[in-house]
Design a protein around this ligand. Structure first.
Ligand code: NAI
Ligand code: MG
Length: 792
């Protein structure tokens, strides 16, 4: 063969990374692994086989975690937790730093094992997964060091169960372990069944680094082992990354148990290219968005939204680039894409692409010879896709991008948000004002401007809508492994006697102060309840003071639609929102005596206590008016070109079930932080004492609060909470009341994976300073991290 040929086609030769050490490591273990529990490895017995994605050959035998083994791991973690938390922050920081150093020292071995086990290119494991994992431990060593000063009012959660997927096995382990350990928690982690090897290798390294026994426990197995961990009563929190389907299941299973939960689920993220974008730059962006990690990326830019004027040109350039991509052995240093993780995933990709073609999309696949063994799939583009097509809605989780065109920036936002997911978005335009205007409007937890798939330990990552809730990384992620100390040791709320609804006003009023039946408050107007039933409001001695409307599901629907229409509140300036809250406080202040005597009448409390509740309510309104323009986001400085703006955004429409006690202060304490942050609220007031809320209509009517920002539906909290929890257009639900209420709020909210904030039947001291402030505002906001180019 002539040498000139190579000069002509300029093709790469093979450039294999040696796998000698990795294979030797496997051989040393006889290709068979137990769990890592309480600082040592168990002898595997219930084992299953894993395979090498690139060759299809058997790779290792792993233990399938049984109930007894999961229990042993949780017990070990529990035993280790308090001593671990009691170490000084500095001591914990040194442990995390030692883990980071261990990763760096064994970086090559980890990178090769990961490439073999997962099928992803060595170039990516070597340059991205492993260094970033080390970075997570170093960054979080810092949070351990600073814990006492940075989080003085927070305590660790305890024992955390972490379940991770196979697409970034080692990196996900680092994302999960580093913050949990840094802040004084101990962990039982279950890696994905296809890709557990680097977790086991890490356990070995942790053992060698002298991490105390039980701080990290690794239990391998499939979904049923994960379920055992989820169900274990000794767990304080579950942190899950994986499919939306399993995330939803976990939400339902742990409802009402008091376990915390963060879910990082799927996505169908938009990649928006405007006609003034640097098109070649954007084409490279697509390569990183959808062909990075074979497209098995939760935040993959899988929906290419192209402005009409450049769509054709862009697709032409993209196809040309696709033809230059190389797919091959993960250990070949010069390939762009390796193998798909498992045959079942390959089948899923094939089936979805076939569906796309059947629905009318045009298929383009780079012409290339794929390796004949193993799970390979070529870079794929589906053009001419309609927004409603399955391939535009479903996560394909493979190297498949779809294109959709748009005309105007507004239309691009509409298309971007036309998804049940809300994980990430990538925006390409040379106009900074256009890009940032769109960044503000896309429903996503992470936005990249003229970039894509950038990650860092200092920058929170996580989604909205059915992409889950919670953030990982940065200060915002640290809070997911902490709880306010004020929440410790709260007492169970005494059971409430039932109140029965009845048909409207029968003449059995016995109390001297008989009122009309109070209506509901929807869209700024008093509205009769749909069902025409009312419920009695009684004094503590059982005398009837008044009746209020018995709201039902239809009333909730009306209130939610009013709240949705009040969208403009989200874009009102923080200054403006503050002004409205001050004005409400002022109007309440003018009627303080009337509100106090009403509280006395309903609750039987003496005048002094009732006065104090009104005074505290006015002060709380002032407080949240003050916070409105002070609970600001931050700017993260990752070790990459650019910065990330961590913006605090409203969640959207939030349902609030107020506690039975503190009829006025409870209502204000829960709705004011939400309103201050730009949310719209549908509130269900105290069931036994709803008149503080119905009297409040008058205050709202004389203030400048836009219609629909705060809607109030009186009635039985349980069915109203259920209506809110199952409503697809409600973004979050706060439920304060009985344990049963918390359970159903969490379980039913799984329908659209709305965020929840519940008290599990525990009493809050509404007069205490801890009943307001940043902990509440955190529940009232979403953090959106917008990565923008900045500096050199
Ligand atoms: P999966 O959600 O079933 O697996 C993720 C992890 O959850 C694994 O460790 C698994 O063992 C565990 N698991 C499974 N069932 C469980 C249960 N009932 N209780 C507790 N843990 C359980 O995802 P799978 O089946 O591997 O992939 C299916 C699809 O999910 C993919 O095609 C992709 O669309 C999506 N996915 C999304 C990921 C993401 O990062 N957002 C990661 C992996 C998958
Ligand atoms: Mg599954």
């Amino acid at each position: 063969m002539s040498i000139a040929k190579y000069f002509d086609d300029m093709s790469y030769g093979l450039s294999p990374e040696s796998d000698t050490e990795a294979r030797a490591w496997l051989a040393r273990h006889d290709h068979s692994f137990g769990h890592f529990i309480a600082g040592s490895f168990t002898t595997p017995d219930h084992s299953f086989q894993t395979f090498e994605p690139a060759t299809g050959k058997p790779l290792a035998h792993l233990a399938r975690g049984t109930a007894a083994e999961v229990d042993a791991a949780v017990t070990a973690a529990r035993k280790a937790q308090s001593p671990w938390a009691k170490l000084t922050g500095h001591a914990r920081a040194r442990h995390l730093y030692a883990l980071a150093r261990m990763i760096q020292r064994h970086a090559r071995l980890i990178a090769v094992v990961e490439a073999i086990d997962n099928g992803k290119p060595i170039r990516e494991t070597r340059d991205i997964d492993v260094p970033l994992a080390a970075r997570h431990f170093t960054h979080h060593a810092g949070w351990a060091q600073l814990q006492a000063t940075a989080f003085p009012d927070h305590a660790p959660l305890g024992v955390v169960g972490q379940i991770i997927p196979w697409n970034f096995p080692f990196l996900m382990l680092a994302w999960k372990l580093a913050p949990a350990l840094a802040l004084g928690n101990t962990v039982v982690l279950k890696p994905a069944e296809y890709t557990s090897l680097t977790a086991l290798l890490f356990a070995e390294l942790a053992q060698a680094a002298g991490l105390p026994a039980g701080v990290i426990n690794i239990v391998t197995g499939e979904g049923d082992t994960g379920a055992l961990l989820v169900d274990h009563p000794g767990i304080d929190k579950i942190a899950f990354t994986g499919s939306t389907e399993v995330g939803r299941l976990i939400r339902q299973r742990i409802a009402g148990t008091g376990k915390s939960l963060t879910l990082e689920l799927g996505g169908k993220s938009p990649f928006i290219v405007f006609d003034d974008a640097d098109l070649d730059g954007a084409v490279e962006g697509v390569v990183d968005a959808i062909w990075f990690n074979q497209g098995q990326v939760c935040c993959a830019g899988s929906r290419l939204l192209l402005q009409e004027g450049i769509a054709e040109d862009f697709i032409r350039r993209l196809k040309r680039r696709m033809d230059n991509l190389r797919v091959g052995s993960p250990l070949d240093k010069s390939i762009d894409m390796g193998a798909i993780v498992a045959p079942v995933q390959l089948d899923r990709i094939r089936a979805l692409v076939a569906q796309g073609v059947a629905e009318g999309a045009t298929l383009y696949q780079a012409a290339m010879d794929l390796p004949t063994n193993g799970c390979f799939y070529p870079p794929t583009l589906l053009t001419g896709v309609q927004p409603a097509h399955i391939v535009a809605q479903e996560e394909i989780f493979g190297p498949v991008a779809v294109t959709i065109t748009f005309r105007t920036p507004d239309e691009s936002v509409q298309l971007a948000n036309h998804s049940r997911y809300g994980l990430s978005a990538s925006i390409w335009s040379e106009s900074i004002s256009l890009a940032l205007q769109v960044a503000a409007k896309v429903e996503a937890g992470v936005v990249w401007v003229n970039a894509t798939n950038l990650f860092d330990a200092a920058v929170g990552f996580g989604g909205r809508k059915e992409s889950g809730f919670g953030r990982e990384g940065g200060r915002e992620g640290a809070y997911e492994y902490l709880k306010p100390k004020a929440m410790l040791g709260r007492k169970l709320r005494p059971a409430q006697p039932p109140i029965t609804a009845r048909s409207a006003s029968i003449a059995d009023f016995v109390a001297p102060t008989i009122d009309r039946t109070a209506k509901l408050f929807i869209a700024g107007k008093q509205a009769r309840p749909d069902g025409n039933y009312s419920r009695p409001v009684l004094t503590p001695r059982g005398a009837l003071i008044a009746e209020v409307g018995e709201g039902n599901r239809k009333d909730i629907r009306n209130a939610v639609s009013a709240a949705r229409k009040a969208e403009a509140w989200a874009n009102a300036t923080a200054h403006n929102r503050a002004q409205v809250l001050y004005y409400i406080a002022e109007n309440l202040s003018a009627r303080a005596t009337e509100f106090a005597s009403r509280i006395s009448a309903m609750t039987g409390q003496g005048a002094a206590k009732a006065d104090a509740e009104v005074a505290a309510s006015i002060e709380r309104l002032f407080s949240y008016a003050a916070w409105a323009d002070k609970y600001e986001g931050s700017v993260h400085a990752p070790p990459l070109r650019g910065v990330a703006l961590a913006m605090h955004e409203p969640i959207g429409v939030v349902g609030v079930i107020c506690p039975p006690e503190a009829p006025l202060l409870g209502l204000i304490s829960l709705t004011a932080p939400l309103i201050a942050m730009g949310n719209r609220v549908v509130a269900v007031p105290s069931a036994p004492h709803p008149l503080s809320a119905t009297d409040f209509y008058g205050v709202l009517e004389t203030s400048d609060m836009p219609d629909g920002v705060l809607n109030i539906v009186t009635g039985d909290p349980q069915p109203l909470a259920e209506a809110l929890a199952t409503h697809a257009d409600v973004d979050a639900l706060w439920a304060f009341g009985s344990e049963a209420l918390s359970e159903s709020a969490e379980r039913l909210s799984a329908s659209n994976l709305k965020r929840t904030f519940v008290d599990h039947g525990r009493l809050t001291d509404w007069h205490h300073p801890s009943a307001e402030g940043a902990d509440w505002l955190r529940h009232a906001t979403e953090v959106k991290n917008i990565w923008i180019p900045y500096g050199v």
